[in-house]
Design a binder for this molecule. Structure first.
Ligand code: NAD
Ligand code: AHE
Ligand code: ZN
Length: 375
């Protein structure tokens, strides 16, 4: 198949919110600096649902969504040296070229090399798509497009992992789990003995809890409007629970009262701008730090009294938990293999690619954390 067009199945999003269509898609061979990957397993993340909803300014249609996956390299384009056919890999929506201003800064995991292409659904080389259906181009998404049996990505977006790792599990290390762990370890840098508040106990919030537990946090307060979330959350380290619906006072006041003035760290894992405000305002005066993890729709804005910041609270955000993707995803896989981090525990459902619309329905049900699709 090397150098040839591959025809395979993919789930195409033709229009916002219209059911995805399983199509025979033509996948062009990888050009210079590109890698074609056979995707074996892909999970769904709420960010896919967000873009599908039409509210993401970077979401172009028709496109192939998906960004939490694992697979095997099928072929590589000219000049690709770090991976070869047969390598087991995780595609990474956050690239790492190790050469750009961002990568060299030592201050961020964001990479600038291919971002101008991945935000508009094309490849860097010729600013074109590698996907088509009957000659009509289909846009890429987040530089990954994993809801397909084959995809083409930039070489700087490929993490080569231990071939022993089970791909049906470690696909989760492409997004949600690293995001939560890294929000704690890299972005907030939570210290032992800290009090932590986590808003939203989906996969990302639970991974924050796990990260906080391993960082030695004392009180790990989970906040969710669905009280059923507490039982599962306990297994990830949450040791107190608050449902905002059961209180008359604003949730920030409830947390401040519970914690003698506020928490040391808070995390917003929902994507709701009024909760982001509450998360900042429940932080302790003088030092409390709040990390925005949730993705809010375009047009939404955050607000608070600047006095909150003047008096020492800190507002931060995180993308992919601050992890350098190509370097650290393989390290996270090793940690999973040594049983130092959970992954299996987030998988509540398994379906096939053909059942993807059902999988999106599940995503909106409280019982689903991650649904892994066998492609
Ligand atoms: P999820 O939907 O599984 O979890 C959200 C949780 O929040 C649910 O348990 C829900 O009951 C709860 N919730 C909803 N409204 C609430 C409210 N007002 N108060 C308290 N709880 C509330 O989602 P997820 O997959 O865990 O993802 C969470 C967010 O993180 C999404 O916005 C997603 O797009 C974003 N995300 C960001 C990054 C990043 O790099 N920054 C990476 C992955 C996901
Ligand atoms: N295109 C969206 C922004 C989406 C967003 O913030 N994405 C996160 C990852 S979410 C993964 O589930 C991210 O990494 N952002 C940094 C980046 O470079 O995109 C919008 O609203 O415009
Ligand atoms: Zn995601």
């Amino acid at each position: 198949t090397q150098g040839q067009i591959i025809t395979c199945k993919a789930a195409v999003a033709y229009e916002p919110n219209k059911p995805l269509v399983i199509e025979d898609v033509q996948v062009a061979p990888p050009q210079a600096g590109e890698v074609r990957i056979k995707i074996l397993y892909t999970a769904l993340c709420h960010t896919d649902a967000y873009t599908w909803s039409g509210k993401d300014p970077e979401g172009l249609f028709p496109c192939i969504l998906g960004h939490e996956a694992a697979g095997v390299v099928e072929s590589v384009g000219e000049g690709v040296t770090e991976v070869q056919p047969g390598d087991h890999v995780i595609p990474c929506y956050q690239a790492e070229c190790r050469e750009c201003k961002f990568c060299k800064s030592g201050k961020t995991n964001l990479c600038g090399k291919v971002r101008s292409a991945t935000g508009v659904g094309i490849m860097m080389n010729d600013r074109k798509s590698r996907f088509s259906v009957n000659g009509k181009p289909i846009y890429h998404f987040m530089g990954t497009s994993t809801f397909s049996q084959y995809t083409v990505v930039h070489d700087v977006s490929v993490a080569k992992i231990d071939p022993q790792a089970p791909l049906d599990k470690v696909c989760l290390l492409g997004c949600g789990v690293p995001t939560g762990l890294g929000a704690v370890w890299n972005t907030a840098k939570v210290e032992p003995g800290s009090n932590v508040a986590i808003f939203g106990l989906g996969t990302v919030g639970l991974a924050v809890a796990e990260g906080a537990k391993t960082a030695g946090a004392s009180r790990i307060i989970g906040i969710d409007i669905d009280s059923k979330k507490y039982e599962t959350a306990k297994k990830f380290g949450v040791n107190e629970f608050v449902n905002p619906k059961e209180h008359d006072k604003p949730i920030q006041e409830v947390i401040v009262d519970l914690t003698d003035g506020g928490v040391d760290y808070s995390f917003e894992c929902i994507g709701n701008v009024s909760v982001m405000r509450a998360a900042l305002e429940c932080c302790h005066k003088g030092w409390g730090t709040s990390v925005i993890v949730g993705v809010a729709a375009s047009g939404q804005e955050i607000s608070t009294r600047p006095f909150q910041l003047v008096t020492g609270r800190v507002w931060k955000g995180t993308a992919f938990g601050g992890f350098k993707s190509r370097t650290q995803v393989p390290w996270l896989v090793e940690k999973y293999m040594r049983k130092e981090i959970k992954v299996d525990e987030y998988i509540t459902h398994n379906l096939s690619l053909g059942e993807i619309n059902k999988a999106f329905d599940l995503l909106h049900e409280g019982t689903c954390l991650r649904c892994v699709l066998d492609t």
